[in-house]
Design a protein around this ligand. Structure first.
Ligand SMILES: Cc1cc2nc3c(=O)[nH]c(=O)nc-3n(C[C@H](O)[C@H](O)[C@H](O)COP(=O)(O)OP(=O)(O)OC[C@H]3O[C@@H](n4cnc5c(N)ncnc54)[C@H](O)[C@@H]3O)c2cc1C
Length: 412
């Protein structure tokens, strides 16, 4: 069953009473999952797969549609509409999982003493176990002026992608991307492949600064430039204004100006740990602190996915998330299970130059760099000469399996 709620005014579906009606408390074990991303839906699915029959309620601030977030940065090249990216609607997810899905609804408070959560509309729900799968929010590099806000986008979920896609669907556009991390670079490649004119702006001198040592970053820069993507690297954005011709005008710290129809802000993500923090749970800058069983500082509250920092590690990638889903499903079903993260490299979806990277957890003593042109291998070594990370471009990406085997696990 799905209870759908619109933003304004709220509407109440088949399993959602009006706001002044007190909600019944679940009489038997009730699990509430906040978030319907890969972590939230993945966990509910894993529980059902192993035969767990408890009452499951998922609450989501977004549409609750089931989609694969990594595909968002491949949609323009593949000519996929947002609806094609949604694998299942919220209603289908609810039916498949025999769960209640409350969509377009924020959870605004956790009450750890009496095990309740408060929704944005004032309703309270009781839980026996609570899972926080609230993901991470796009970080805004500056206050976006109101008169240009409609032309500035972040794309971190399907709803945001729908708005972005709708704006770009009608005609080729000039898109300025601010930020050259994984999301910025993948969208630069994808929007370029989709026929748009792309400018990539970032303060670092080469793209993917957290994944690639400079020579390999330069290789990616070369591939982008050769394809016609305009680069303004080593530069920070100073102002974002509306020009007399109604174009966006981006002025950089060296005085250069770029004109664009829209801007995509891809300047990093911050774990959404405010709810946990306000409820007194232990959090750090890297997210909600959890142990190997994904348990927060409150015994019956768990966290996983982009919001969770597992013994100091918050990778914000799919493989650690999936390992967490599996471990937590077992723990919740009565078999306490510790999660481990292997040496799982990141596959960056830049078709102009394939990139695979497993960044070292600590600053390497040196990078050993081999290859030429677009075929580069970089090995990060510690002071004893042991491999602690690697980065590969072009045809060298095929070495990922061999190098992953000797790399230390992310969380062994
Ligand atoms: C464009 C892009 C491409 C990517 N590509 C890759 C890739 O190729 N490989 C890879 O490994 N990883 C990739 N990632 C990262 C990966 O997709 C994420 O790590 C993963 O999807 C995170 O899932 P999540 O469920 O933790 O968070 P999210 O998907 O962010 O879900 C969070 C959920 O919580 C809900 N929520 C938040 N706060 C509240 C609240 N207060 N009340 C109610 N609901 C709330 C949200 O509405 C949402 O449903 C990519 C990320 C992006 C943005």
């Amino acid at each position: 069953m799905v209870a759908k709620q619109a933003f304004v005014p709220p509407t109440f579906g088949d399993c959602m009473p009006a706001p002044d009606t007190p909600l019944p408390l679940h009489s038997h074990s009730a699990l509430i999952i906040i978030g319907t991303g890969m972590a939230g839906i993945g966990l509910a699915r894993a529980l059902r797969r192993q035969g767990d029959t408890r009452t499951i309620t998922l609450v989501s601030a977004d549409s609750g549609d089931d989609y694969s977030k990594p595909l968002l940065s491949t949609g323009f090249a593949k000519r996929l509409t947002p609806d094609q990216l949604a694998q299942r609607s919220a209603r289908e997810v609810a039916e498949e999982l025999n769960a209640e899905l409350i969509t377009h609804t924020q959870v605004v408070q956790l009450h750890v003493d009496n095990r309740r959560i408060t929704l944005g509309n004032g309703h309270q729900l009781h839980y026996d176990d609570l899972v926080l799968a609230t993901g991470a929010a796009p970080r805004m590099p500056f206050n976006v002026p109101e008169n240009v806000a409609k032309r500035c986008f972040t794309v971190n979920d399907l709803d945001e992608y729908r708005r972005f896609h709708t704006t770009l669907a009608s005609a080729p556009a000039r898109v300025a991307i601010v930020g050259a991390g994984l999301v910025g670079c993948e969208f630069a490649n994808d929007l370029h492949a989709g026929g748009h004119q792309v400018t990539l702006i970032a303060p670092e001198s080469t793209p993917l600064p957290r994944l690639l040592p400079e020579p390999l970053g330069q290789t990616l820069s070369n591939a982008f430039q050769a394809a016609g993507i305009q680069l303004a690297l080593g530069r920070t954005l100073q102002t974002l204004t509306l020009a007399p011709d109604n174009a966006l005008s981006l002025r950089l710290d060296n005085g250069d100006r770029y004109a664009a129809d829209i801007a995509l802000l891809a300047t990093g993500l911050t774990p959404r740990s405010e709810l946990a923090e306000a409820a007194g749970l232990a959090v750090s800058r890297s997210g909600i602190m959890v142990d190997r069983q994904l348990r927060t500082s409150q015994p019956n509250i768990f966290a996983l996915g982009d919001v969770a920092c597992v013994e100091g590690v918050n990778a914000m990638y799919v493989q650690p998330l999936q390992a967490s889903v599996k471990a937590l499903a077992s723990t919740l079903s009565g078999t306490p299970t510790n999660v481990s993260f292997g040496a799982w490299p990141v596959l960056v979806k830049t078709a102009l130059l394939p990139v695979v990277a497993y960044p070292p957890a600590t600053t390497p003593a040196r990078w050993r760099i081999e290859g030429e042109g677009s075929e580069m291998t970089a090995i990060a070594e510690n002071k004893d000469g042991r491999l602690i990370g690697f980065a590969l471009t072009g045809g060298c990406v095929r070495r990922k399996v061999e190098l992953s085997r000797v790399a230390p696990a992310l969380l062994g």
